[in-house]
Design a protein around this ligand. Structure first.
Ligand code: DP6
Length: 376
């Protein structure tokens, strides 16, 4: 697939108005995306677990307008108008307009809510941008449904088979243009984004389902998110990505991500939990090492982040249980473990780690299977 494959014109149908709701989950990267080129093309491949409970629910209401000189939209979070969200969505619309040429023809109302507290320090950009991309895809679907334009790929002519594949691919492609990691939130349970030789079908343009065998131990993997710091980050991901340009270690880091994906293939197939733990913890710490070695340099971990990491290592050594951690671009800790060890590990989290969380807050989540259309 190339960018051109995502342009379907002309639209055969007209549509006056409508309302669509999608829910879309967050995801947590195992091999991290950190560094990007123009047009949201990642510098290296990444892979993530799609989550289940942490999600955004977005309702898009649209009605036709005459004046097509501008995009027109309003954004609401939990029923409250949010003008500070508008610049990000304006940029998103500008980037995707060529692929969704109807955007200027409608006035949109975007109503969104998260299942996790919005001041939790959990990034809502992956779930939020993917939910919005899916709503917009549903509008396009209505514009081309029944009568298929000659420029549409064959899959659009076969509702039963691969049309869903095209829909999901384009939704992921669009979500990527809103926020890179959002392209990994459309489907589950393991999603790869970024071209790499070891994963057939991988693409820089959209996320794909991990295509190889996965050992049962990695199905239903658990993620308990410890909310160490619920404040706004001092350095946004977008700024952090840009600091990878001319970064002393960039070239090696990008190569390491390719190598780690290759290694992960064997680990996922064999169920090698020790290999898995070593790989994902190294990825998390490398991500933060890149931040610390940027110019200007910055640190997003907090003292409690380190406290939790040290306690996890000690507990793992003492018990032999397969508890591990990963981090996103912030201070919160994702504690990952296999489902069959849940009772002992959750007990440990409650007794030992929750004290390091802001107001004792944490979220229990697990691997999920992607976004869902709620109402069309
Ligand atoms: C550390 O997707 O939030 O979570 O593309 O600028 O929106 P933008 O960045 P974003 O970056 C996420 C980085 C990460 C690692 C990952 O999810 O792979």
């Amino acid at each position: 697939m190339t960018e051109q494959d995502f342009i379907l014109l002309p639209y055969p149908n007209t549509l006056e108005s409508g309302k669509i709701t999608w829910e879309s989950p967050s995801n947590i990267a195992l091999v991290k995306y950190w560094g990007k080129k123009k047009d949201q093309i990642p510098e290296n491949p990444s892979i993530s677990f799609t989550l289940s409970n942490c999600k955004t629910i977005t309702t898009l209401t649209f009605s036709k307008k005459k004046d097509t000189s501008n995009f027109e939209f309003d954004v609401y979070l939990d029923g409250e108008k949010k003008d500070d969200f508008k610049p990000k969505i304006q940029t998103f619309f500008e980037r995707i307009e060529v692929y969704l040429p109807f955007l200027r023809n409608y006035k949109f109302k975007i109503e969104t809510k998260n299942t996790f507290p919005h001041s939790s320090g959990i990034a809502s950009s992956a779930s939020g941008m993917s939910a919005l991309a899916l709503c917009l895809m549903s509008v396009e679907k209505q514009l081309i449904e029944k009568v298929v334009p000659s420029s549409a790929p064959d899959c659009y002519r076969d509702e039963t088979s691969s049309s869903n594949e095209y829909f999901n691919q384009k939704a992921s492609f669009l979500a990527r243009l809103g926020s890179g990691s959002a392209c990994r939130s459309i489907e589950g349970d393991l999603i790869v984004w970024g071209k790499t030789n070891s994963i057939e079908g991988s693409s820089n343009l959209f996320g794909v389902k991990y295509p190889y065998k996965i050992h049962d131990v990695f199905k239903a993997y658990q993620d308990t998110i410890l909310l160490v710091d619920k404040g706004k980050k001092q350095v946004s991901s977008t700024v952090g990505h840009n600091l990878m340009h001319n970064h002393t270690y960039a070239k090696n880091r990008f190569q390491q991500a390719h190598d780690n994906l290759e290694k992960l293939k064997t680990i996922l197939e064999s169920g090698d939990l020790d290999g898995f733990i070593a790989l994902i913890e190294s990825e998390a710490l490398t991500l933060h090492a890149m931040m610390m070695a940027s110019m200007p340099y910055f640190i997003l971990m907090k003292p409690n982040t380190l406290e939790i990491i040290n306690k996890i290592w000690k507990f793992r050594q003492e018990t032999g249980l397969h508890i591990s951690f990963t981090l996103d671009a912030g201070a919160n800790v994702h504690v990952l473990y296999p489902k069959n060890e849940t009772s002992e590990i959750l007990e440990f989290i409650k007794n030992e780690l929750v004290a390091q969380c802001q107001n004792g807050h944490y979220i229990c989540d697990q691997i999920g299977f992607g976004a869902r259309l709620i109402k069309n």
